[in-house]
Design a protein around this ligand. Structure first.
Ligand code: SAM
Ligand code: SF4
Length: 323
């Protein structure tokens, strides 16, 4: 079969694999108050299924795999799974996105497993606001997790969803915190995934984020090292040399250059975060039908939309899709 990259007019080399829909937090912008109905255990891909999928993705030209969730670090057996990835697929790059709650426990395990970086989602430095937005989370655990990751040499990206009236006043302290711990801070536009929570009044477009940066004239756009740096625009402060990113997922949709495919914990593939329906690979994955899985992935990849706005209906929850 032709390589996935070759069969499309663009480079599709990045896959995000959600390995669980469970989470130890319930962020207000990601999950409804009552949580989401969990996928039954039997309907979740086993780690063996996931390894089989990764093997196929590698064949199709995928070069980077991000492990996400729900919260990936809550899944039972995660340490052994992470430890298998690099030895099994030495040519792939692996990354992980986490809410940081369990990072203190897993930081060293991640280093040993060959993970050089983690993305930690952190929207506020205020313990009360954190508890509010996550419906009960303890910010101290995240701070300890980040400190541990930094101390064992993992490079850290902090992803902050900026929400007007919630954390838009924390741009400066977040910048300072990121600088202190040597992390790359990225501000993310709040995406209208859950119709109940998102509103225009809460939305901060990248343009306004840029204006709200302290000393806005001192920040200059810089070239990305390569397209694997993802959809963020990067800026550098003229004096401090601090680098930051802004992910303008809403206002500067980057669908034309989007290089990613998304897989949910129950084996659905989505060509876009905003896809209404995924295509299930569960059965062919479970029965190890390599060609059938490949064909489905290629078909979905070919249907990748030119613009996510075509797909919008505000009824998706990020914890299912994996961000
Ligand atoms: N639990 C992990 C975490 O929080 O990092 C991984 C999964 S989470 C779904 C991945 C990312 O999606 C997080 O950075 C989160 O902030 C982001 N996210 C969730 N809902 C969002 C929304 N409506 N707009 C923008 N980002 C969102
Ligand atoms: Fe869980 Fe991450 Fe969603 Fe928050 S953003 S509820 S931590 S999956």
């Amino acid at each position: 079969m032709a390589s996935l990259i070759g069969s499309l007019g663009r480079c599709l080399d990045y896959a995000r694999l959600s390995i669980t829909d469970r989470c130890n937090l319930r962020c207000r912008y990601c999950m409804p108050e009552e949580g989401i109905p969990w996928i039954a255990h039997d309907d979740i891909l086993t780690y063996e299924d996931v390894l089989f999928l990764i093997d196929i993705l590698q064949d199709l030209g995928i070069r980077k795999i991000r492990i996400t969730g729900g919260e990936p670090l809550v899944r039972k057996g995660i340490a052994s799974f992470l430890a298998m990835l690099k030895p099994t697929f030495p040519n792939l790059r692996f990354a992980l996105t986490t809410n940081g709650i369990l990072l203190e426990k897993y930081a060293e395990i991640l280093v040993d497993a060959g993970f050089s970086g983690v993305n930690v989602s952190l929207d506020t430095l205020d313990p009360e606001k954190f508890t509010f937005v996550t419906r009960g989370g303890d910010l101290r655990q995240v701070f300890r997790g980040i400190a541990r990751a930094a101390s064992v040499g993992i490079s850290i990206k902090i992803n902050t969803v900026l929400i007007q009236g919630f954390n838009d006043g924390e741009i400066l302290p977040l910048l300072e915190y990121a600088r202190e711990i040597g992390a790359l801070l990225r501000f993310i536009e709040f995406m209208p995934l859950d119709g109940d929570v998102w509103s225009e009044g809460r939305f901060l477009p990248a343009e306004i984020i840029l204006q709200r940066l302290p000393e806005p004239d001192m920040w200059h756009f810089i070239e990305k090292k390569d397209h694997s740096e993802g959809p963020a625009m990067y800026l550098r402060h003229e004096k401090t040399a601090q680098r930051i990113g802004i992910i303008a997922a809403v206002t500067h949709h980057f669908c034309d250059t989007c290089n990613r495919l998304r897989f949910s914990a129950d084996g659905e593939i989505r060509s876009c975060l905003f896809s209404r329906k995924g295509t299930s690979l569960f059965l062919p994955l479970r029965t190890r039908e390599r060609n059938a899985v490949k064909e489905l992935i290629v078909r979905v990849a070919q249907e990748k939309p030119r613009c996510w706005k075509d797909l919008l209906d505000g009824e998706r929850h990020m914890s299912r899709i994996g961000g």
